[in-house]
Design a protein around this ligand. Structure first.
Ligand SMILES: Cc1ncc(COP(=O)(O)O)c(C=O)c1O
Length: 362
C-alpha cells in the first residue's frame, strides 16, 4: 500500500493496456498518466528540480519559470506547491483550458503567448518571454526542459528500466517526441541493453523536430516548431509522422472502448499500428508510451465542434470503427534491424537548427 506525504512520491509504473483486441495488432501501451500531475512529465520535472536543488541553483526565494505546452507546467506546479516555490508557466493559446486551470488551482501563475509565428509555432515567443523575465529579476530560475540533461536522465533512470523489467524480450519501442527527453532517455538505456531494441519516434505532421515542412498543429504535447536540442538522431531507428486527423481517430477509437487518453497517445498508437501493419509482427514484442489521459482534452479532441471546425465534418465519419493508417495495410516480411530513418514527409536537410543556449539559470 503506497502511503505518501508529497505528491511526486507516487507514480504508477506497471500499468499496460494490451491493444490487440482494439486495433488487431499486439501493442502494450504503458500508461503514464496515473500520478498527481497526470502525466509522464512528473518524472522530468522531479529530476530537474531535485538536480537544481542539489546544485544550489534553487533557493527558498527562487521563482521557477518554464515554457511548457501544459503537462510540464502542471508537473512543476505540483512540485512547486509541495516544496513551497513560486512558479510561472509561460504557455500559448493551444494550451488546454483545464490544464491552465489546474496550474492556477495549484497556485501557479500562467502567462499565455497569443501571437503565432510564421512557422506555425509559439515556441520562439515563449522562450523570448522567459529570457526577458530572467533578465529582469535574478530570482527567476529557468530549468529549460529543452536543454536540461536531467530531462532525459529521468527516463534513463526510471521509464526505460520500468519497461525493461516487464518486457525482457522487448523488440520495438514507440515513443512520441516533444523535447525528446523521453525518447533520448529510453533510447540511450536500450542502446546499452542485452538485446537490440528498435527505437521508433512518433511526430506530428507539421512538426519540424526531425526536419520537414512546418505546418499547423493544434494538439499540444507532441511535436516541435524547432529541432529539439536534446535530440541525437543516431539513437533513432525510424521516424513516423502522423496526421492530426489520424491522431483524433485513434483517440476516439480508444475512447469507444473505455480508454480515454490524451492526444499524443492517439499519435503514438496510430503511427505504431501503421508500422505493425506494415511488418510481420507475429513474433515481435512491441511497447508504446501513453504520456497522459484524456480529461484535459475534453474541450478539444473530444469536442465535436472543435473537431469539425478544424478538421472538417468527415473526420469521425466512421465513428464506430474509424479508419486509420493501420486499417488498410498488409503484412510485409519481418523487419530487419538496420538503422534507417523512415520519414513519411520531408527530409532532414531543409530545417534550420535554431541557436539555442543551454542556460539553466538566469
Ligand atoms: C502529452 C505529452 N507529454 C509528454 C510527452 C513527452 O515528451 P518529451 O519527453 O519528448 O518532451 C509527450 C510526447 O509524446 C506528450 O505527448
Amino acid at each position: 500500500m503506497p502511503v505518501i506525504s508529497v505528491p511526486h512520491d507516487f507514480n504508477e509504473e506497471d500499468l499496460y493496456v494490451d491493444l490487440r483486441s482494439i486495433f488487431g495488432h499486439a501493442l502494450f501501451l504503458k500508461c503514464e498518466g496515473f500520478n498527481f500531475a497526470g502525466s509522464i512529465k512528473l518524472k522530468a520535472a522531479t529530476e530537474m528540480v531535485e538536480t537544481a536543488e542539489r546544485d544550489g541553483l534553487l533557493t527558498p526565494d527562487s521563482i521557477l519559470v518554464e515554457s511548457s505546452s501544459g503537462n510540464l507546467g502542471v508537473a512543476l506546479s505540483t512540485i512547486a506547491a509541495s516544496k513551497g516555490y513560486r512558479f510561472l508557466c509561460v504557455t500559448d493559446s493551444r494550451c488546454n483550458l483545464s490544464t491552465r486551470m489546474i496550474m492556477e488551482a495549484l497556485g501557479s501563475q500562467v502567462h499565455i503567448i497569443a501571437g503565432q509565428e510564421a512557422n506555425g509555432g509559439f515556441l520562439g515567443a515563449r522562450i523570448e518571454y522567459v529570457r526577458t523575465l530572467c533578465a529582469s529579476d535574478e530570482r527567476y530560475v529557468w530549468l529549460s526542459q529543452y536543454t536540461n540533461p536531467s530531462n532525459w536522465k529521468a527516463h534513463y533512470r526510471k521509464t526505460a528500466p520500468e519497461i525493461a523489467r516487464q518486457f525482457p524480450e522487448l523488440d520495438v519501442l514507440f515513443l512520441g517526441t516533444g523535447t525528446a527527453g523521453t525518447l533520448m532517455g529510453c533510447a540511450r538505456y536500450f542502446r546499452e541493453w542485452h538485446r537490440p531494441v528498435r527505437i521508433i519516434a512518433l511526430d506530428s505532421v507539421g512538426s519540424v523536430a526531425f526536419g520537414g515542412t512546418p505546418g499547423r498543429r493544434m494538439i499540444p504535447g507532441l511535436g516541435m516548431s524547432m529541432r529539439p536540442p536534446l535530440l541525437d538522431e543516431s539513437y533513432v531507428d525510424e521516424v513516423i509522422r502522423v496526421e492530426e486527423a489520424d491522431t483524433i481517430r485513434a483517440c476516439h477509437r480508444l475512447a469507444r472502448r473505455g480508454f480515454l487518453f490524451g492526444g499524443s497517445t492517439g499519435t503514438v498508437v496510430s503511427g505504431a499500428m501503421g508500422w505493425l501493419a506494415r511488418h510481420d509482427d507475429r513474433e515481435l514484442t512491441a511497447v508504446a508510451l501513453a504520456p497522459d489521459l484524456g480529461e484535459r482534452y475534453l474541450d478539444t479532441i473530444y469536442q465535436t465542434n472543435w473537431l469539425h471546425d478544424l478538421y472538417g465534418e468527415d473526420v469521425l465519419k466512421s465513428d464506430e470503427v474509424p479508419a486509420g493508417p493501420w486499417a488498410a495495410a498488409s503484412p510485409t516480411p519481418p523487419a530487419r534491424w538496420g538503422r534507417r530513418l523512415d520519414l513519411t514527409n520531408g527530409d532532414h536537410h531543409g530545417t534550420q537548427r535554431p541557436q539555442f543556449q543551454d542556460r539553466r539559470t538566469c
